[in-house]
Design a protein around this ligand. Sequence first.
Ligand code: PAF
Length: 281
Amino acid sequence: MTVVVETIAALRAQVQAWRAEGLKVALVPTMGALHDGHVSLMRAALERADRCVVSIFVNPRQFAPTEDLDKYPRQLVLDLDKLKQAGVHLAFTPGVDEVYPQGFATSISVAGPSAGLETAFRPAFFDGVATVVAKLFIQAAPDLAVFGEKDYQQLCVVKKLCRDLDLPVEVLGSPTIRDAEGLAMSSRNAYLDAAELDIARKLNKVLRKAASLLRSGANEQATMAAARQQILDAGFDVVDYVEARESVMLAPWRKDRDGRVLVAARLGKTRLIDNIEISAS
Ligand code: PAF
């Protein structure tokens, strides 16, 4: 059974009771509209902890006024059913006033891995993410938290947040879940029609090719320029970025370092992001 709580006080009381029993607690922060990618995060959490908490909160602070906050898919009843099926112990589903009460005036800004990539297009995004994640970590006080590698820059920002603020939470990155054609699972895939889905499925193939070329020594600038063109040729309208970065601080990639090729591209009204390890074939 999944217990559902809406207040920080109820969340804390339950987690403290588990801790008093010596149980290890994992948190999976989400914005709902749960899909197989989220379920894989819950599985990873349940493999490593005795109790799993999933937060469902569409965080207004990480949406720019021009973005899809109102349109963002909300399906709490379906989500709660998924949590039950997955064996999640507690769902934390606070309202906006519980998280950001009247007069809330604090924002957390993480430099380093937040530079460029998403920030160039969504300047307030990572401040919103870092603020809500720090609050969730303080509210739930989990031993570990699981984030998807699909949002790779977010994962790096959250790890840095924990290191810099000495938050005693182990942050675990969990591999991206893809469909049979390699399309990364995302709540925003729900916006795509059939023709757009066909196009979206080509994105990971372009990334894989670019990553493999880089690993085998191809020129970075030429490889990235070719990847950008291939994404446009596949049918995407705009490529916000396609870049190679090293994998911890997301500094420019160097051939002797582990790296990722990261992309954001727009298709109709939908913006998709993805990334592939440079060593991946
Ligand atoms: O990845 C997400 O769904 C969100 O950015 C997160 C981490 C739940 C913070 O709102």
